[in-house]
Design a protein around this ligand. Structure first.
Ligand code: CUA
Length: 282
């Protein structure tokens, strides 16, 4: 029934929509980011560890319940415990949990504390009730500097209007496009309340608290597709409709898209041209 409904919905949606999950509907969506593979790996390690433990514990328990059930003429056994057993089944989990904690911490450090590559595409994402403001660098590859204190109603990105890096930046609303295979560094902010940048296919989830700019989130994608950028923090009555399109496209498609969005400052061949020079060219 679920699959059938999803199939019908899939037929009705246009290609611009987020991809409809037709496979693995009851399981994780596919992953397209570099860190996502490691997150999935540790997820499956924990799932197998706890799964096997649960089967062993419950089957032993059921076996003992049946074996030592009350029977006429058989007396109860008085057990005062077994120190060797206690030590063994305490020590093994301690080492398993320590290993998971160390591995998880090391993974987190790589995701959030490692500096993104220098050539990463910088994208500013600012949440508001109820949508996503995005700002991309123009041909100069540089994004205007964001100042959390300047973020406001008329200045969602908190930039200085005279910042030369920002002259050729372009903005979009609820429309995020990134080139596949390229590192992307996010600069996350919020205009009003706490929102959260959430893309299940990236295994990425980061809260955005007003008054702060988070510039440590980065990732790299390894497959193209149409996804949804959802807000994952209850942020008001319109929270449910706070989602944007997120396309992971080929570098050529990205270049074409970015060129189409570039402000009038840039010329058709997309070379960086200061505003004064573009006037002189006419
Ligand atoms: Cu923004 Cu929920």
């Amino acid at each position: 029934m679920g699959l059938w409904l999803i199939g019908i919905f899939g037929l009705g949606s246009s290609t611009g929509c987020a991809e409809i999950r037709e496979t693995s509907v009851w399981w994780l969506p596919r992953n397209v980011s570099n860190f996502g593979h490691e997150i999935d790996f540790i997820f499956y390690v924990i799932l197998w560890l706890t799964g096997i433990t649960a089967v062993l514990v419950f089957s032993t328990m059921i076996y003992f319940i049946v074996k030592y059930r009350r029977r006429a003429g058989v007396g109860a056994i008085h057990s005062h415990g077994n120190n060797t057993l206690e030590i063994v089944w305490t020590t093994i989990p301690v080492f398993i949990f320590l290993a998971l904690a160390i591995y998880g911490n090391e993974m987190w450090a790589r995701m959030r504390m490692e500096t993104p590559p220098d050539d990463a595409l910088q994208v500013a994402v600012v949440g508001e009730q109820f949508g996503w403001n995005l700002r991309y660098p123009g041909p100069d590859g540089k994004l205007a500097k964001m100042d959390a204190q300047k973020v406001g109603k008329d200045n969602p990105f908190g930039i200085d209007p005279n910042d030369p890096d920002g002259r050729d930046d372009f903005t979009t609303y609820n429309d995020m496009v990134i080139p596949v295979g390229k590192a992307v560094r996010l600069h996350l902010g919020s205009k009003d309340v706490i929102h959260s940048f959430y893309v299940p296919e990236f295994r990425l989830y980061q809260d955005m608290v007003p008054g702060r700019v988070y510039d440590f989130v980065w990732f790299k994608t390894d497959a193209t597709g149409q996804f949804q950028l959802a807000c994952n923090q209850l942020c008001g009555q319109g929270h449910y409709k706070m989602f944007g399109k997120l396309g992971v496209v080929t570098p050529e498609e990205y270049a074409a898209w970015a060129q189409g969005k570039a402000p009038a400052v840039a010329t058709a061949d997309s070379r960086p041209v200061p505003p004064d020079a573009s006037v002189a060219n006419r």
